[in-house]
Write a protein that binds this ligand. Structure first.
Ligand code: UDP
Ligand code: MG
Length: 309
């Protein structure tokens, strides 16, 4: 019988969460009563999670382990999950139990109504620092404003995707990826389901500020040219200001007003422009670097061990 549901979970050093996560997913999937598989993508764990995943796979045929050769990052692990899943519906979920598996039946119900993407919206978040909640909230709103696609506010990667959608996503090979943006980009019939994001069951977040920043950059550069346009805008504004100041300076000279005597004014103007130019160069660099990465065309991830069947 073909698999109906694929649960995909990226795992990076989640030793304390794996048994409980597996137990709860199994409970939920039993209640749904359809064939299912659990694709566990081990993203280069070093804490024994790999062995724990292998053990589960040996005990239960539902578990299909995909073991990476090293850490490739959350987004790439999700991608491998899409690639290896065989279900008619694929559910992406974090392995740290912040996304409660008990929400899955709600996603499934919407899917059965005919929706092709059912994303889970974080109505409440618990046990995260105010900084994380604030920066995440700011991030979602910024992305919403400046990108061309409308990524649903406060939705993470926890979502159900129909097979049709997954097949489209699999043809998108971009390296610096932002899966939730990609899932919004493809279109189809989409709907949100609210849920209450729980406290991490065990361990610490694997998303330090640096990784969050990188994800934000991927999202912005992957879905908009806004930063490039900002550079143009800056150029026009500074050129405009300098042209406007020419008559002002001429008049001041002719009327004998003592202005712009010090070097400070010149220095500030030079530094300001220098700064703007360097920032623009940096923005350009972000895009060029990404272009270079894409051009190399390396595989997105390297798998050390594939699922048996
Ligand atoms: N994760 C991963 N690779 C990474 C970082 C994280 O596969 O490089 C997994 C992690 O094990 C978890 C999920 O991605 O299942 C979400 O990570 P985390 O809970 O640390 O992020 P947060 O919920 O704090 O945003
Ligand atoms: Mg988490």
């Amino acid at each position: 019988m073909s698999t109906i549901f694929s649960i995909v979970a990226p795992i990076y050093n989640e030793i304390g969460n794996i048994p409980e996560f597996y137990r709860r997913v199994r409970e939920v999937m039993r209640s749904i009563d359809a064939s299912w598989e659990l694709v566990l993508v081990d993203d280069g764990s070093t804490d024994g999670s790999t062995e724990s995943i292998r053990e589960l796979a040996a005990q239960d045929k539902h578990v299909r382990p995909v073991i990476f050769a090293r850490n490739f990052g959350h987004q790439i692990a999700i991608t491998a999950g899409w690639d290896y899943s065989r279900g008619k519906a694929v559910i992406i979920i974090d392995a740290d139990l912040q996304d409660p598996p008990e929400v899955i039946p709600e996603l499934v119900a919407k899917w059965r109504e005919g929706y092709e993407v059912v994303y889970a919206v974080r109505a409440r978040r618990e046990g995260e620092s105010w900084f994380k909640i604030f920066s995440a909230s700011l991030f979602y709103r910024l992305i919403y404003r400046i990108t061309d696609i409308k990524i649903p506010l406060d939705s993470g990667d926890f979502r159900l995707l129909d097979r049709k959608v997954v097949d489209v996503l699999k043809t998108m090979h971009e390296r610096h990826r932002f899966p939730r943006g990609m899932a919004a980009w493809v279109g189809f019939r989409q709907i949100g389901v609210e849920y209450h994001r729980a406290v991490r069951f065990s361990g610490e977040t694997k998303y330090p500020f640096k990784k969050m920043l990188r994800l934000a950059l991927n999202a912005i550069t992957g879905f908009s040219y806004f930063p490039l346009q900002v550079a143009t805008l800056f150029g026009f504004v500074s050129a405009g200001i300098s042209i406007l100041t020419i008559p002002v300076v001429i008049i001041m000279r002719m009327t004998g007003a003592q202005a712009f005597l010090g070097q400070a004014t010149t220095l500030i103007a030079v530094l300001f422009l220098g700064g703007v130019q360097l920032i623009s160069l940096g923005i350009l660099g972000e895009y060029v670097g990404r272009l270079y990465d894409e051009a190399k065309g390396r595989p997105l991830y390297i798998v050390r061990d594939e699922p048996k069947e």
